[in-house]
Design a protein around this ligand. Structure first.
Ligand code: APR
Length: 247
């Protein structure tokens, strides 16, 4: 059993060539983006089934878009934190590095991450409900609510995976392949409750990868992790980087 300390995590990473990271809402918490669960989480204030489902959108697209417009406004006003920045820098530190995120806030890309799989979509992309054309929309606030496709006039929807919907099979297939091939997987800022994302660490472990969890509170995964670092990602990741930078 490895010790649950930053030095042990750095020692494992120092030996690794293929590193994969899975992030959840917690890595954006220190930027000021609300998480979903936990005491101040979005699902404490709102009912997910009223907002993040196809049925909710069919019933009241205006309400659903008002909620996403509010979230877009929050995200537009924040910046990536040292956790995002460290992960972006690790694309150069490790021979093979990939980042899989459940987050839709776009902060990993803004921090400079490029080898990135966005499992649940992206809040800055919209999708035509008639022909599934995806386009970028960074307007804050939205020009009209609900927004309509400029080409065909059909409703646009957020390009986000809602509860009850399946993930993009190519993105998911890549995420599982990356998990199966890595030597180390860091699981950062996720309650590890929502599948299929929550299955990725088990897929990695089944292939012999070491699992390092970074989270202030224990999760369903903590007992399975080789190293569990209980703290904030924005503090722990730069500390690991400082140890790795020392030759
Ligand atoms: N650093 C690291 N982890 C943190 C921090 C922090 N500073 N602050 C909070 N956390 C942890 C919490 O302890 C919690 O375990 O982040 C986790 C956030 O969990 P959730 O709010 O459940 O978010 P997430 O796991 O990403 O949710 C998965 O559920 O609602 C759906 O599609 C949505 O992608 C989302 C999915």
């Amino acid at each position: 059993m490895l010790k649950n300390d930053i030095g042990s995590a750095a020692a494992v990473l120092r030996q690794a060539k293929r590193v994969v990271v899975l992030t959840g809402a917690g890595i954006s918490a220190e930027s000021g983006v609300p998480t979903f669960r936990g005491e101040h989480g979005l699902w404490r204030q709102f009912r997910a089934e009223d907002l993040a489902t196809p049925e909710a959108f069919a019933r009241d697209p205006k309400l659903v878009w008002e909620w996403y417009d509010w979230r877009r406004g929050i995200i537009a006003g924040v910046a990536p934190n040292p956790g995002h920045v460290t992960l972006a820098a690790w694309e150069k530190r490790f021979p093979e590095f990939a980042l899989i995120t459940q987050n839709v806030d776009g902060l990993h890309a803004r921090a400079g991450s490029t080898n990135l799989a966005e499992l649940h979509g992206n809040i800055w992309k919209v999708r035509c409900t008639k022909d599934d054309t995806i386009s970028d929309d960074h307007s804050v606030p939205l020009k009209e609510i609900p927004p309509r496709c400029p080409d065909c006039g059909a409703l646009l929807r957020p390009h986000i995976v809602w509860f009850g919907e399946s993930l993009d099979s190519d993105v998911l297939g890549r995420a599982f392949a990356l998990s199966a091939a890595c030597e180390v997987m860091l699981v950062i800022g996720t309650s590890a409750l929502v599948h299929p994302a929550a299955s990725l660490p088990y897929r990695a472990a089944a292939s012999g990868a070491k699992i390092i969890e970074i989270n202030p509170t224990p999760t369903l995964l903590t007992g399975e992790a080789d190293i569990s670092l209980q703290g904030k990602a924005g503090e722990i990741l730069p500390e690991i980087e400082r140890l790795l930078a020392v030759k």
